[in-house]
Design a protein around this ligand. Structure first.
Ligand code: UDP
Ligand code: MG
Length: 313
């Protein structure tokens, strides 16, 4: 079994050297123990503006097992990961951060766990060394996600994960969706496991994410919920919403007519205004449903709406 380790890197000049030494030592150990047959380390330099590029170039000259991919500019962590996945040759793929917060020693346990029959195993930073704000927002998001998607993982944000190669074909990487890779795979029916992993303080460099991460995370989660439930039948969602609005409008109109009949006077008050608005927005919602249905059908012309695990024959 060949192992690929993928590390997206953006302005981590002080971290790449130590990380490379620590990681390659650990991987050599695993290869000697025959836990893996061979390995490759893929650093994806995501348009760093510091010395990261030069350091990687030097390292890759010395070590054939190190592949350094230079992106033309900073495309973001998700894109960097995808570039790594697309250029990896391993049967098992490990991802981790390039800031030394993940511990390479955990890779062995990730491999053990995936050999128990999982498709993906995610790390759980049960003792996190991050700021209070970051821990709090992660906790809120993890709870929200568990409720919406229905999985049980404790920690989605942990970059240290291991995948079987076959998962890659079902990965939909886009925007900042690296945070929800496991959720996508869960929705597609892959078996997801979890182990507790070590988490260390960031010693060098700065975190690349700020407040906006929270808002982006919530928007991505809303989309994920929509995508998991309605991607191949959006009309059912929007059509239903539109019809509910019409029903509400009809109830209001009937109530108003009965009332007008009883008091023998018809007045165009706020309720009737609401009813006419609901009539129009309901229609618009349904029209949107049709449009999304058409875009979904176009999308799924090239994509499968299922994922096959194996075929016996
Ligand atoms: N990263 C990247 N491109 C970016 C932002 C981040 O490749 O645009 C890398 C970064 O160098 C690090 C990993 O993604 O290796 C995680 O970033 P960071 O440690 O800043 O995130 P945090 O741990 O604070 O969530
Ligand atoms: Mg970090």
């Amino acid at each position: 079994m060949k192992l690929s380790v993928i590390i997206p890197i953006y302005n981590e000049s002080e971290n790449v050297g130590p990380l490379y030494s620590e990681l390659s030592e650990e991987l050599k150990k695993l290869a000697n123990k025959k836990t893996i047959s061979s390995y490759e380390i893929i650093f994806v330099n995501d348009g760093s503006k510091d010395k990261t590029k030069n350091i990687l170039e030097q390292l890759s000259k010395k070590d054939k097992k190190l592949k350094a991919i230079n992106l033309r500019r900073n495309f973001g962590q998700t894109a960097a990961l995808k570039a790594g996945f697309d250029n990896s040759l391993g049967d098992l793929i490990v991802t981790m951060d390039g800031d030394l917060q993940n511990d390479p020693k955990d890779i062995e346990r990730l491999i053990e766990k995936i050999k128990q029959g999982y498709d993906v195993v995610s790390g759980w930073r049960y003792k996190r060394h991050d700021s209070f704000g970051k821990r709090l927002s992660s906790r809120i998001m993890n709870n929200l996600r568990q409720n919406l998607i229905g999985d049980y993982l404790h920690d989605y944000g942990c970059a240290l994960k291991i995948y079987k190669k076959e998962c890659l074909k079902d990965l939909e990487l886009f925007g900042e969706l690296h945070r929800y890779i496991t959720a996508y795979l869960y929705i597609k029916g892959y078996k997801i496991g979890e182990i507790k992993v070590n988490h260390r303080q960031r010693k060098f460099g700065k975190t690349k994410y700020k407040f906006n991460r929270g808002l982006n995370g919530i928007l991505d989660l809303m989309f994920l919920k929509y995508w998991s439930s309605f991607s191949n039948r959006p009309l059912h969602l929007f059509g239903r919403l539109g019809i509910y609005q019409w029903i509400l409008a009809a109830i209001i109109v009937i109530e108003q007519i009965v009332k007008a009949y009883l008091v023998k006077e018809l007045a165009f008050g706020p309720l009737l205004a609401l009813a006419s608005m609901l009539g129009i927005t309901g229609l618009i919602t349904i029209i949107f449903g049709f449009l999304f249905e058409i875009t979904s059908r176009t999308y799924f012309r090239d994509e499968n709406i299922y994922s096959i695990k194996e075929i016996y024959n």
